[in-house]
Design a protein around this ligand. Sequence first.
Ligand code: DAH
Length: 344
Amino acid sequence: MQQTLKAIVDNCIKELGTCNDLSALNTIKVKVLGKNGELTQVLRGMKDIAPDERPKAGKLINEAREQIEKEIDQKENVLNELELQKRLENERVDITLPSAKVSHGALHPQTIVRNKIIDIFTSMGYSVEDGPEIETEYYNFEALNIPDDHPSKDMQDTFFITDSMRYNIILRSQTSNTQIRVMEKTKPPIKMINPGRVYRCDDIDATHSPMFHQIEGLVVDKGINMSDLNGTLGAFVKELFGSKARTRLRPSFFPFTEPSVEADATCPFCDNKGCRVCKGTGWIEILGAGMVNPKVLTNCGIDSDVFTGFAFGMGVDRITNIFYGITDCRIPFENDIRFLKQFR
Ligand code: DAH
């Protein structure tokens, strides 16, 4: 038996010597120590040994088992270490490799310009108000001193949703509706802007769209006058187009302001010399404005003998397109990544 055990141990050590992975090691383990393994067989043979020989035989078997287990354990440690090395090698990350390109989005050019305009006015203490895009004719027209039969209503033909109520429900044609809504619920002093979408019945071409964006402004307080409007617009234009930019006011007409003006800024592309963008005039029109018509104040329950105000409204699409030299107002809304990513 001693020889058998020695042969088993020697053979096992030999096999361990050439074994180089964990699954081969397991095979050896099973072959020697398993349920039908070589050493187990020897152990089973104990019953055939004379009882007084058994303790000695048992000791020998145990010694052989201990030696084999020790050898296997050692080999297992070596192989585990090797396996780990291999895995680390395989999973190595080469941090010097160039990374996969992640394309990230950018703000829409109009959002950039709108934010800039909002920043300018909030820095002057204006609040940013919200008004509904689905509106009644009252807020969009009548309260703004545009009665049903007024010809100026034709200039802002919009989408009528329902005529079943006292006032038709429409898509607002101008952000001026928010003036009324704010004045109805707020006592002066009022200093607000309202950026938002507006709608008009228009075909789509390079200069027309049935949906576009405006920013409305309104200031109401005691003693507000035309020079406040002039100074505010002058400061705004300098912030927007640079400190050299100047403003001029031309007489105009809006039912909700009296007097009314159209404001032009010196063309930022040619410094007022005349170029393609300003069509040779040196000026670009940027907004409509005026002193709030006392009738509008009265419509909102504000005493027009005590309070006066100015208002203005500008087209964000127009200003954006001027800013970036965009010549077709459809392009910013075509979702063309090649166009949009230029504004990153
Ligand atoms: N709502 C006008 C438009 O859409 C723009 C405008 C002009 C707004 C004068 C005003 C204003 O608040 O005072 O053409």
